[in-house]
Design a protein around this ligand. Structure first.
Ligand code: GLU
Length: 450
């Protein structure tokens, strides 16, 4: 930490001391604050108004119990969270994650990332995140419904179209959003479409929302490749994960002419050198809610590699899109990718690459698009969903897709602009952190000491 300015070092020490049991939150803060080192001398107000500490402390944090009944009639207890991190740019906005690994530190890291991501979209949305340690895996449809209803029975009093607007994340898709909205409507007697995003297109959802995060990560990748005179067509790609983000990153990569040869879930990887079969994958993951092991059973040309037998990142590719979860791509994985000829990484998940991996990507000068820029397409289309709800309008697929593509090109431009202006290192991580921060900082300064 020696070369860091004193104010950054002190803020980091302060954040470490008061959040020592939350390593992923500290990791996210660490990265952003280090990027801000060259900026603080150019804007004295940042230190004078103590913006560094203020942006690292959530405005409000809710923890509540979620009590529900399983199919055997047993009473189950989970923990629910909503962290309202920063509302300088608009109502708190960010998804809900239902996964057994969820705890306060995870939600704080996601909420913190969301502040900068949402700022980069240029839209009026603040940063927040929520979720629960509920594990949807193996639960029946009715159990998921009862859990969502109980979760919303507490959350409804803390959200609203101009207050806090949740959406999906890992474990929360269209089905869960439907149950959550239904319970909100029942409790409030209001049909507030703008209270939640990621809704079904039959009742207030936006076209392209489902596809947006994955499509956006590929549009960002396309922009990065263009800076080196490269394109997606004809390249081999590996996409980790097989959830909503991974699925639609794969779809878009294929549409643009890439050969997508592998994807994964927590059990392992499927590898199909001739290219994955998207329709079969979508059938298993989206319709049947199955595991990718069964993809390999149905597609004889695909091989299933159990998780213990090796990482997805050892499969040779030119384009890598980590779309599973935080810290899934380590320094060892980064070296494997580079040794196999990888030229670009675009993060569809939130913070999937460890700091060691990012360092290696930067040292080896490969294109690296960090999640808060590359995966901002999801929340950007959520904000477009809010706009359509407010206007009682519904735009066409082509209209929303064009706005998404323009937004991703805009975010890419912002990253390049700020990395050139401030960062000697000149990378997308610094560009995204600086560009995202400065817009929030300006709004915080305008609003005074609150
Ligand atoms: N969970 C998504 C993200 O990480 C989407 C959030 C939203 O649409 O509000 O950005």
């Amino acid at each position: 930490m020696k070369s860091l300015p004193k104010a950054i070092k002190e803020t980091l020490d302060w954040v470490h001391a008061r959040n020592h049991s939350e390593p992923v939150f500290i990791q996210a803060v660490d990265e952003v604050l280090r990027s801000l080192a060259p900026v603080i001398s150019a804007y004295p107000d940042i230190l004078e108004e103590n913006l560094l500490q203020r942006i690292c402390e959530p405005e409000r944090q809710l923890i509540f119990h979620v009590v529900w009944q399983d199919d055997q009639g047993r009473t189950q207890v989970n923990r629910g969270f909503r962290v309202k991190f920063n509302s300088a740019l608009g109502p708190y906005k960010g998804g809900l994650r239902f996964h057994p690994t969820v705890n306060l530190g995870v939600i704080k890291f996601l909420g913190f990332e969301q502040i900068f991501k949402n700022s980069l979209t240029g839209l009026s949305i603040g940063g927040g995140k929520g979720g629960s340690d509920f594990d949807p895996k193996g639960k029946s449809e009715r159990e998921v419904m009862r859990f969502c209803q109980s979760f919303m029975t507490e959350l409804y009093r803390h959200i609203g179209p101009s207050e806090d607007v949740p959406a999906g994340d890992i474990g929360v898709g269209g089905r869960e959003i439907g149950y959550l909205f239904g319970q909100y409507k029942r409790l409030t007697n209001r049909y507030d479409l703008g209270v939640i995003t990621g809704k079904d297109t039959a009742w207030g959802g936006s076209l392209v929302r489902k596809e947006a995060t994955g499509f956006g990560a590929v549009y960002f990748l396309e922009e990065m490749l263009k800076t080196r005179g490269e394109g997606i067509e004809g390249k081999t790609a590996v996409v980790s994960g097989s959830g909503n983000v991974a699925l639609y990153a794969i779809r878009k990569l294929m549409d643009l002419g890439a050969n997508v040869v592998a994807c994964s879930d927590s059990d392992g990887t499927v590898h199909q050198p001739g290219g994955l079969d998207f329709d079969q994958l979508r059938q298993i993951k989206e319709i049947e809610r199955g595991r990718i092991r069964s993809y390999a059973e149905r597609c004889p040309k695909a091989k299933f590699i159990p998780r213990k037998k090796g990482s997805i990142w050892t499969i040779p590719c030119e384009l890598a899109l980590p779309c599973a979860t935080q810290n899934e791509l380590t320094g060892v994985d980064a070296m494997a990718l580079i040794n196999n000829g990888c030229i670009a990484v675009s993060e569809g998940a939130n913070m999937p690459s460890t700091p060691e991996a990012i360092n290696i990507f930067h040292k080896k000068n490969i294109l690296f698009g960090p999640g808060k820029a590359a995966n901002a397409g999801g929340v950007a289309v959520s904000a477009l969903e809010m706009q359509q709800n407010a206007a009682l309008a519904s735009w066409t697929f082509a209209e929303v897709d064009k706005r998404l593509r323009d937004t991703m090109a805009g975010i890419h431009g912002t990253c390049v602009h700020y990395s050139r202006k401030f960062s000697k290192r000149g990378n997308y991580v610094d560009g995204a952190n600086i560009g995202g921060f400065l817009r929030v900082a300006q709004a915080m300064l305008s609003h005074g000491i609150i």
